[in-house]
Write a protein that binds this ligand. Structure first.
Ligand code: CUA
Length: 380
């Protein structure tokens, strides 16, 4: 049994890979700490009420059992003292909870002027994280798809919205959750005091790939965050060498292949420092640095050259070829001629050959931040 237990323990731990446990009780976040103590108060008061009510119930049932009493209990109508208590006690409980709630709100809500700001955009079925006011040298704001990089030890001011339906933004370790609503900006301050990688999810049923709408929160020491941001601001997508696979991929990425109906990736995706400025799909500026694909459907956590493993290469190839086939509801066109849904209608995708798909993949893999700004390096 010991061996089984140990084996199970190892299996559970390795099942989580290098990722942090997902927990709302992670007190490495001041937000969670505040909510945790609020919950303790609410639970304590609930237990008090439960015990009181149970006691009164069982006492009454036991005390006035028919077989123990010859006569019916004393009958009376109205009891001012009892009724006063029945009003006063719940009012006191509600007041205690209100004061605690207002106190927590006052602590959690003000946004320090110098707080790091991140704009969160939920779409079917991915996330974009933009750093407003960062003004990249190549134009636009620094933006990353599906991987949110934040500094530790300070409040981070999120502004959350949706580009289509209602999504739910939830990374348990950094606190509660917020709805991402179309045409609505919701602000929310979060914080975490321990560097690491945390799991985020969409918590609002939003369509076929609701379950495939995950993200990572990568929390960095302030110096490492600063070096990430500096490099991200200065970043221009590397220019591929003439005649290389990356250069052929770049051309396909920017222009597609009109003679086979293959659409340009650039129409929907942005790559900082290139003419690609599409906003219909996730930002791909740092694609080669990212370790997740398809909004967390796949993770590639190999410490080095994670995109070069046979598994990663195959999945990326299949992804570009026909992402709606591997991720239900994905709005990306297909590149193998199979049907996909565009503006509510089924249409046939254009065609890229396997070699051309590999060229596009090679270009995507080359979109890397400089090593000192690789936010994954050294993460547990
Ligand atoms: Cu987005 Cu569920």
């Amino acid at each position: 049994t010991m061996a089984t237990a140990a084996g199970l323990g190892t299996a559970l731990l390795s099942g989580c890979g290098s990722q942090q446990f997902i927990t709302m009780g992670d007190l490495a976040s001041d937000y969670n700490k505040e909510i945790f103590w609020m919950s303790i108060w609410a639970i304590a008061l609930s237990i008090l009420i439960f015990v009181g009510v149970s006691y009164a119930l069982f006492y009454t049932v036991g005390r006035f059992r028919e077989d123990r009493n010859d006569a019916a209990p004393q009958q009376f109508h109205g009891n001012n003292r009892l009724e006063t208590w029945l009003v006063v006690v719940p009012v006191i409980i509600v007041m205690v909870l209100s004061v605690l709630t207002v106190r927590s709100m006052a602590i959690l809500n003000p946004v320090p002027a110098e707080a790091t700001k991140i704009d969160v955009l939920g779409r079917q079925f991915w996330w974009n994280f933009a750093y407003p006011e960062t003004k990249a040298d190549a134009g636009g704001n620094v933006t990353n798809g599906n991987e949110m990089i934040m500094p530790i030890g300070e409040q981070v001011a999120l502004t959350i919205t949706s580009g289509d339906v209602i999504h739910g933004f939830w990374a348990p370790n950094i606190g509660g959750q917020r709805a991402a609503m179309p045409a609505t900006l919701r602000s929310w301050n979060v914080d975490i005091n321990r560097a690491g990688v945390y799991q985020g999810n969409c918590t609002q049923l939003c369509g076929a790939s609701h379950a495939n709408m995950r993200y990572k929160v990568v929390a960095l020491e302030p110096e490492r965050y600063a070096s990430f941001l500096a490099a991200a601001k200065a970043y221009r997508a590397p220019e591929p060498a003439a005649g290389s696979a990356e250069a052929r991929g770049y051309a396909l990425f920017m222009q597609g292949k009109p003679e086979t109906g293959a659409l340009a990736c650039a129409a929907c995706h942005r790559v900082q420092g290139t003419p690609a400025a599409g906003v219909a799909g996730p930002d791909l500026s740092f694609f080669g640095t990212r370790r997740t694909l398809g909004a967390g459907m796949w993770e590639f956590m190999e410490p080095e050259n994670h995109w070069e493993t046979p598994r990663a290469r195959e999945i990326l190839h299949e992804w570009i070829k026909h992402s709606p086939l591997v991720k239900p509801g994905s709005l990306m066109p297909t590149y193998d001629g199979s049907e996909y849904r565009a503006n509510g209608k089924l249409v046939k995708g254009g065609i890229l050959t396997d070699a051309e798909l590999d060229d596009v993949a090679a270009y995507l893999r080359s979109l890397k931040l400089p090593e000192e700004a690789n936010y994954w390096s050294g993460t547990p």
